[in-house]
Design a protein around this ligand. Structure first.
Ligand code: BES
Ligand code: ZN
Length: 627
């Protein structure tokens, strides 16, 4: 490991030890012995849906008397543990499994006084690993080859790798992965060549930058690539690789813009992988290889802001990391903020403001569905004791976090003052994991000469109080007015009078303005009538739109109005793709429509086996099939 990282890592660990000794609820972590690097040697077997092999952990003893290496493990079958250098077999215990958090995996270290060990764990990953989705050939675009992909954030890495599965610990990694010859293996790391070996191909990887376990990722499939920039390949099944290359052609411009704001890009390569439709997120910031949903392929680059978001994580999240999931806003709030800064620099401040207006609306919608703003999980820094981060996941850390940073930017005197702070913050805490107090201390330190501007900040209201933020910023609404006006005209139209709308009404609106227009209509109570929606469809051909964000809101408008013709479209939409942002609200809408409740449940039961673990888990809760 390069010495620059080494030093930072050491400071990071010292910080962590002194500032937080609390046991992490979602990890069995003990800081006495820490993992500093991981070497994986895997064999991927599609017929048994099993990954088998070795994880060799380089660990450092931080306290002289420490005898145990404590790891997290979930659904892993452990075959043997050895000291790799001496071959000595090491004893271990696996605690009783918690259904979501897995087991404490405690390895007894040799009784000598060495500071460093290489602990080799021989093991198998279960076919039901919550980190993986195994797809049969029929579930892929090409229909000929199987596919495998992972999603480790927040706490699923432990069901793929025995590790210290907490964002407080960072490690480098390498991997050697054997897969059937007709397939390609990709990981969240630099590609280091491949060679034929027996009946398969072995792909090698290295990730020289220390990173938290949740960023370990793998995909195996019949993948192809196109170069779209000097450090970017776009990967997918061959069926959509050209479309993807077009959609994401702005990637290098986004990377350069992000570097202007945040500092050098340290991960060298920035590739994109377009996953099969069941991928449960819009995007996932796996280092060197962002994963994205194919629902971004709108054909007009209108949904590429998700790529700007994942690029931003290369600093906010992947370099400066939330130490515990309670401080997730340090990852996602900052990332929304940088994402919108990139949009501002590329397309103008009005676009940045327009996107922030959309975010504020998403936040309101989210908080309304969470116990009308009383749910303690709507705090910016929630108490997650015993809570699975998948259950806590919401728009709150994203948009309340973003709004908070927007507010601080205004307080200190605007972008010319705040952007230097942002850069200094990222530089100061890169390669570390921090919490909100560390952020605040640095904010005060950076603005020491005008610290009193922060006297007005109601920290508890922002950080520790459920519901909407205490202050709504004044956004420039120049791009939103056309959306608001058209929305209001539809709401106010008396259907007994002549229809005042024309098929050309939307011609001057961008795809994102149409999305905003529908988002505004969705907020209306009572909902728009079926009669109006039918007219709107006649005029604007809404049902024929392929932009997933537009389609999603159009379907929801139909369901809110109890428009029966839309039910089949809704069911098709939630079964042909698995992005939770779309799937969950539509299932909830169907559930809340009494005559459709059973249909929603039956649809879920038929499809749950082709959903990724996390999506099936949360939708079961949304449909009240599980507590
Ligand atoms: N890191 C998240 C996805 C995530 C969060 C996965 C928590 C698992 C647990 C990713 O960066 C993200 O925020 N994706 C968004 C993109 C959007 C905000 C532009 C998504 O999936 O919709
Ligand atoms: Zn994110």
């Amino acid at each position: 490991m390069c010495s620059q990282y080494k030093n930072c890592l050491r400071t990071a660990l010292n910080n962590q030890a002194s500032l937080n000794n609390k046991q992490h609820e979602t990890s069995f972590l003990s800081k006495q012995v820490v993992v500093v690097s991981i070497d994986l040697k895997w064999d991927v077997d599609f017929s048994s849906k099993v990954i088998s092999g070795f994880a060799t952990l380089t660990v450092e003893r931080k306290q002289d008397e420490a005898q145990h290496l404590i790891l997290d493990a979930r659904d892993l079958s452990i075959k043997a543990v050895r000291d790799e250098e001496t071959g000595q077999v090491l004893q271990y215990t696996l605690g009783d499994p918690h259904p979501n958090f897995g087991s404490e995996f405690k390895i007894i270290l040799p009784s000598d006084t060495k500071k460093k060990y290489k602990v080799q764990i021989e093991y198998e990953v279960s076919p039901k690993s919550s980190a993986l989705q195994w797809l049969d050939p029929e579930q892929t675009a090409g229909k000929k080859h199987p596919y495998l992909f992972s999603q480790c954030q927040a706490i699923h890495c432990r069901s793929l790798v025995p590790c210290q599965d907490t964002p407080a610990v960072k490690a480098t990694y390498t991997a050697e992965v054997k897969a059937p010859s007709e397939l390609v293996v990709l990981m969240s790391a630099l590609r280091d060549g491949h060679k034929e070996e027996g009946n398969g191909t072995v792909f090698r990887f290295r990730q020289p930058v220390p990173m938290p376990s949740y960023l370990i990722a793998i995909a195996v499939g019949a993948l192809e690539s196109r170069e779209v920039g000097p450090r970017t390949l776009v990967w997918s099944e061959k069926e959509f690789v050209d479309k993807a290359a077009f959609e994401f052609s702005e990637t290098e411009t986004m990377l350069k813009t992000a570097e202007e704001l945040c500092g050098d890009y340290v991960w060298s390569q920035y590739d994109l992988l377009i996953l099969p439709p069941s991928f449960p997120y819009g995007g996932m910031e796996n280092p060197c290889l962002t994963f994205v949903t194919p629902t971004l392929l709108a054909g007009d680059r209108s949904l590429a802001d998700v790529v700007a978001h994942e690029i931003s994580h290369s600093w906010t999240g992947n370099l400066v990391t939330n130490k515990q999931w309670e401080h997730f806003w340090l990852n996602e709030g900052f990332t929304m903020f940088v994402e919108r800064k990139i949009a501002g620099r590329m397309h103008g401040e009005a676009t940045r403001n327009f996107s922030a207006i959309g975010g504020w609306k998403d936040l309101r919608d989210c908080i309304r569905t969470r116990d009308d703003g009383k749910d303690p999980l709507t705090c910016l820094i929630p108490d997650l004791t015993g809570v699975d981060p998948d259950d806590a996941f919401s728009t709150v850390p994203y948009e309340k976090g973003h709004t908070f940073l927007w507010y601080l930017e205004t307080l200190v005197g605007g972008p010319s003052k705040f952007e230097p702070f942002l850069k200094a913050y990222l530089d100061k805490f890169k390669y570390q994991s921090i919490d909100s107090d560390i952020f605040r201390n640095f904010l005060f330190e950076f603005f020491a000469d005008k610290k009193s501007v922060f006297d007005v900040v109601e920290w508890d209201a922002w950080w520790k109080t459920p519901g909407m933020p205490p202050i709504k910023p004044e956004f420039d609404n120049s791009l939103a007015v056309a959306c608001t006006e058209l929305c209001q005209r539809w709401v106010k139209w008396d259907v007994a009078t002549d229809c005042p709308f024309k098929s050309t009404d939307l011609d001057t609106l961008s795809a994102n303005q149409v999305r905003e227009f529908l988002a505004l209509l969705l907020e209306e109570d009572p909902p728009l009538s079926v009669q109006k929606l039918e007219k709107m469809d006649d005029l604007y051909s809404m049902s024929e739109r392929n932009n997933a964000e537009i389609k999603f809101r159009w379907i929801r408008l139909g369901l809110k109005a109890h428009w029966r013709d839309q039910v089949d479209t809704a069911v098709k939409f939630v079964t042909e793709q698995g992005r939770m942002k779309f799937v969950r609200p539509i299932y909830r809408d169907l559930y809340n429509w009494p005559e459709m409740r059973n249909h929603a449940i039956a649809t879920y039961e038929t499809n749950k086996n082709s959903m990724m673990h996390v999506a099936a888990y949360v939708v079961a809760k949304d449909l009240h099939l599980r507590k």
